[in-house]
Design a protein around this ligand. Structure first.
Ligand SMILES: [Mn+2]
Length: 352
């Protein structure tokens, strides 16, 4: 485990956050840029729970909204309705809000275009996250739970308290379903080493509540564009092994993306595929975001569990990134060659 940054620790309880949110008619719920299933699931679950409380009291709930920034997954339209969320491409969250909740990140950098909105509202902000590192000054109310496999795990508890359900099996289906999406996607559909009994019990409750897991799987995993598969082929065919074949690194260039007509979001999950190789302990996919002279590379790093598992959060922290012990990432101002060298060096030290 890497060291947790000073101040990055819970300052309240989930029950207190739920009571603080209860009945507020204008709430902005945010998450990291380029939101994934957990980020969208947590924010939507919270929005729908708060809306339910306000509507039940006869109030107008339309000002309780999720706001996102960066590329959105292609399945968003199958999971959320347009009146539930806004996007920085079309505007900014309203100036007047009663509360701000940030889910699934505590990093100013990851909030991108929404960071300033939170910065000027820290006293009315709650952060609910499960990452190892974050910035404790982001909000007056913090719930930091690195042991939670998904942000949706603590968020489900807030939803339960808010809506007065005795267990999460009693949540409304439209709240349970996005929460199940977060549980499933942040654990690689229950395959990654962060999958634990608590998350599986919650998932079971959410399925009892009516969440349709086969539908979620089909919508999010089985509607990929051929371009993504062509891009995977390009990246994997250039894969290289380092440090006694224990580190696998593949990269994808702007040219690869152009040639295959892949979208920026099409490279998710590539690193996990390389962990399929016997003997590989760490795998990384490097995506060229900007070409030289202002080169920017996004690295996504994964490691296998078990004895001697490598803490990839520590590796990418040294490069300005962060995440979890088995899955982390960074964005670096380097060329692909420089980023590969930096990663090989940092990982070789960790591999010993
Ligand atoms: Mn997450």
């Amino acid at each position: 485990m890497s060291e947790v940054a000073a101040g990055w620790t819970s300052t309240t309880t989930l029950e207190a956050i739920a009571e603080w949110l209860r009945g507020k008619p204008r709430v902005v719920v945010l998450t990291h840029a380029k939101p994934d299933g957990d980020a969208i699931g947590a924010t939507l679950g919270l929005v729908r729970s708060m809306r339910r409380v306000v509507s039940a009291a006869g109030g107008a709930a339309g000002d309780i909204l999720a706001w996102y920034t960066g590329p959105m997954p292609g399945w968003m339209g199958d999971i959320a309705s347009p009146d539930e969320w806004g996007h920085t491409d079309r505007g900014m969250p309203p100036d007047a809000s009663d509360a701000v909740v940030v889910c699934d990140t505590g990093s100013w950098a990851q909030l991108e275009g929404l960071a300033d909105y939170v910065r000027s509202r820290r006293s009315q902000t709650a952060v609910i996250d499960h990452h190892l590192t974050g910035e404790g000054e982001m909000g007056d109310r913090l719930w930091v739970e690195p042991a939670a496999a998904a942000a949706c795990v603590p968020v489900a508890e807030v939803c339960r308290v808010l809506t007065g359900a005795s267990t999460c099996a009693g949540l409304a289906k439209d709240i349970a379903e996005p929460l199940l999406l977060g549980c499933a996607t942040d654990t690689g559909w229950y395959r990654f080493s962060n999958t634990n009994a608590r998350l599986l019990r919650l998932a079971a409750d959410l399925i009892d509540a009516g969440a349709d897991q086969p539908r979620l799987y089909e919508v999010t995993e089985q509607r990929q564009r051929p371009a993504r598969l062509y891009a995977i082929g390009r990246a994997l065919s250039g894969m290289r092994l380092f440090h006694k074949d224990q580190l696998a690194v593949a990269s994808i260039t702007q040219k690869d993306i152009g040639d295959t007509e892949a979208a920026p979001g099409d490279t998710g999950g590539f690193a996990d595929m390389m962990l399929a190789i016997r003997g590989v302990r760490v795998a990384a996919i490097l995506t060229e975001v900007e070409q030289a002279p202002n080169a920017v590379v996004k690295m996504s790093v994964r490691s296998k569990p078990g004895p001697g598992a490598v803490d990839v959060n520590t590796i990418v922290s040294g490069l300005g990134g962060g995440g979890h012990a088995r899955a982390a990432g960074a964005k670096v101002r380097m060329t692909l060659a420089e980023a590969t060298d930096a990663l090989v060096k940092a990982t070789s030290e960790a591999l010993g």
